[in-house]
Design a protein around this ligand. Structure first.
Ligand code: ZN
Length: 471
C-alpha cells in the first residue's frame, strides 16, 4: 500500500493554486514513485469559507510495480506513475520535511482565508469521510480523528486545510474524470494568456472524450482561468490518454510543465438525492411541481415556487445566462427534477440543472363555442357570465370556450447552463446522455447539468461562488 499525501487550502483567491503545488511536490519527491495519477478533489462547493474551487490534492507515493505510464512533464523530464505499489510504504527520513518545505514555500500564508495543511497516511481513511466532505460539512476534529493512528498531519494558521487534505486521501472513485493542467513559466504569471479560440473549439470533435472546453453560447474559452494564477489551461475528459495530445493541439503559449490529474470533477458526487429535507449548505436533487409562473427579479435572476415536501423557491441566477430562458418557459403544473444548492436565507434552491419530467398543457382561449341547436357562434355575456346564443337563447358555461394548446418551447429532458456557468462537480450532459462514454462505463441513468455563480450581482449568494475555472 502506498503512502497517501493529502494537501489542501494552500491557495488564495488571487494567486497560487494547490495543483501547482502538486507539481512542485512531484518534482521535489522524485526519490518516490507516483502510484496512479495525482488526484484533484473538489469538495462541497457550498462551504462559505472555501477558497475558489475548493480543491484538494492527493499523491500516492511508494515503490512502483507494473508498467510505468506518463502522467506529466516537469523541468523537461517525463513524470511517470505506476499502476501498483510494491512493498508497504512508510515515511523515510526527510519526507515530512521535504513536504513541509514545498508547502511553506508555495502557500499563500498572507491571505487571511488560506489555512494550509497536509496529511501523510500509511492507510487511507474510510471513504465515508470523502462523501461527507463532498456533500456536507466535516468538522476539523472529525478529520483529525480519521488521521490519528494512520500517520501524521501538519497544519498552518487555523489548520482548516486538514479537513480537505484528509478527505482527499479518503476518495475511492465510483466515477472519475481526468484533467490535464498546464502551467505557465513564472516569467509569464499575471500576464495575458494567448490560447487560440479556434483550437479550443476544435477539441470537442478532435478529442471526443473531453468536455467543458468552449462556451459556444457565449463565445468564451472555458479551459483557461481568468485569474493571475500559474495555470495556463486545463482540459477535462474521460480518457486520460487523450489529454496530452489535446493539450498539444492548442498551440499558442508553450506550457512550462503539465500534469494529468484523476478527479471527481463532472461526477455529480456532491448531490444528495431525494433528501427528507433541504439542508442549507448541501446540493440536493428533488422532484416537484411548478406552483406558479416563473418571474424575473432585479438582477436578472429567475424564480419560481416548487411544490415539494415543503414549498420551496427555486432560483436561476443571472450568471447561469441562457439557462434562464428554459426556466422562464416553465409553467404551473410542470413536473420537474431540480438539482441545486440549498441556500439558508431566504430558503431556496440555487439551480444547477433541471429535468423536465412532464409538461402541463398550457391553454389559450381561441374563441367562443358554437350553439348546440343552430350551430351559430355564441356570444359572451360579460367576463364571468355564460355564453348565449343570439338566435335561440341557448346557454353554455364559460368552461366550454374553445381553447388551443400553446407551444411550450421546452420538452421532457435534462437542461444545463452554458459551459462557462457550470460547477466543477456537476456532470455535464455530454457525460451523462444515453450512449455517452459514461453511460456505457458506469451504466447509470441519464443525468445532470449545472451552473454556479461567481462574479457580479450582490444578490448572488456566497454559497454560489465558484465557477471560474480557476483552480
Ligand atoms: Zn342557437
Amino acid at each position: 500500500m502506498p503512502l497517501y499525501l493529502g494537501v489542501d487550502d494552500t491557495d488564495s483567491l488571487r494567486g497560487m493554486c494547490t495543483t501547482f503545488l502538486a507539481t512542485e511536490l512531484v518534482r521535489t519527491l522524485s526519490a518516490w514513485d507516483l502510484i496512479g495519477y495525482p488526484r484533484l478533489l473538489r469538495l462541497n462547493p457550498n462551504i462559505p469559507w472555501k477558497t475558489r474551487g475548493n480543491g484538494a490534492i492527493c499523491l500516492r507515493l511508494g515503490r512502483g510495480r507494473g508498467r510505468a505510464f506518463p502522467v506529466g512533464a516537469i523541468g523537461g523530464r517525463t513524470v511517470l506513475a505506476y499502476p501498483r505499489c510494491g512493498a508497504r510504504a512508510s515515511p523515510s527520513d526527510g519526507l515530512v520535511e521535504a513536504v513541509e518545505g514545498v508547502v511553506e514555500t508555495w502557500s499563500e500564508f498572507e491571505d487571511p482565508t488560506t489555512n494550509p495543511a497536509f496529511v501523510l497516511l500509511e492507510t487511507p481513511p474510510t471513504p465515508a469521510l470523502y462523501w461527507r466532505a463532498v456533500r456536507g460539512i466535516v468538522a476539523k476534529e472529525e478529520a483529525l480523528a480519521a488521521v490519528r493512528g494512520r500517520g501524521i498531519w501538519r497544519e498552518y494558521k487555523n489548520g482548516r486545510g486538514v479537513i480537505g487534505a484528509t478527505a482527499a486521501t479518503a476518495w475511492r472513485p465510483r466515477d472519475r474524470t481526468y484533467e490535464i493542467l498546464a502551467y505557465r513559466h513564472p516569467s509569464r504569471w499575471g500576464t495575458r494568456r494567448t490560447i487560440p479560440s479556434d483550437a479550443v473549439q476544435a477539441l470537442d470533435t478532435s478529442f471526443p472524450s473531453t468536455f467543458n472546453n468552449y462556451d459556444s453560447e457565449n463565445g468564451r474559452v472555458a479551459v483557461a482561468p481568468r485569474t493571475p494564477c500559474p495555470v495556463l489551461c486545463g482540459i477535462r475528459g474521460d480518457d486520460p490518454r487523450e489529454l496530452p495530445a489535446a493539450l498539444a493541439s492548442l498551440g499558442g503559449e508553450r506550457p512550462d510543465r503539465w500534469l494529468v490529474f484523476e478527479t471527481n470533477q463532472g461526477t455529480d458526487d456532491h448531490i444528495t438525492r431525494n433528501p427528507r429535507e433541504a439542508v442549507p449548505g448541501t446540493t440536493v436533487e428533488i422532484a416537484g411541481i411548478v406552483a406558479s409562473h416563473p418571474t424575473t427579479i432585479r438582477g436578472g435572476h429567475v424564480v419560481f415556487p416548487l411544490r415539494w415536501r415543503e414549498p420551496i423557491d427555486v432560483v436561476a441566477y443571472e450568471p447561469s445566462k441562457q439557462f434562464r430562458a428554459i426556466v422562464r418557459a416553465l409553467a404551473p403544473g410542470d413536473r420537474l427534477r431540480v438539482v441545486g444548492a440549498v441556500r439558508e436565507t431566504p430558503r431556496s434552491v440555487n439551480l444547477e440543472k433541471l429535468e423536465v419530467i412532464g409538461l402541463a398543457p398550457l391553454l389559450s382561449k381561441a374563441g367562443n363555442p358554437a350553439c348546440f341547436h343552430c350551430g351559430k357562434r355564441m356570444k359572451s355575456s360579460g367576463r364571468a357570465g355564460p355564453f348565449r346564443c343570439r338566435r335561440c337563447g341557448t346557454r353554455r358555461p364559460r368552461s366550454d370556450a374553445v381553447v388551443v394548446p400553446l407551444p411550450r418551447g421546452i420538452s421532457t429532458r435534462w437542461y444545463e447552463p452554458p459551459v462557462g456557468s457550470r460547477r466543477h462537480l456537476s456532470m455535464p450532459l455530454k457525460r451523462s446522455s444515453p450512449g455517452s462514454r459514461n453511460e456505457r462505463v458506469v451504466g447509470r441513468t441519464p443525468r445532470r447539468a449545472s451552473p454556479s455563480f461567481s462574479r457580479g450581482a450582490d444578490t448572488v449568494p456566497t454559497t454560489a461562488l465558484a465557477f471560474s475555472r480557476a483552480l
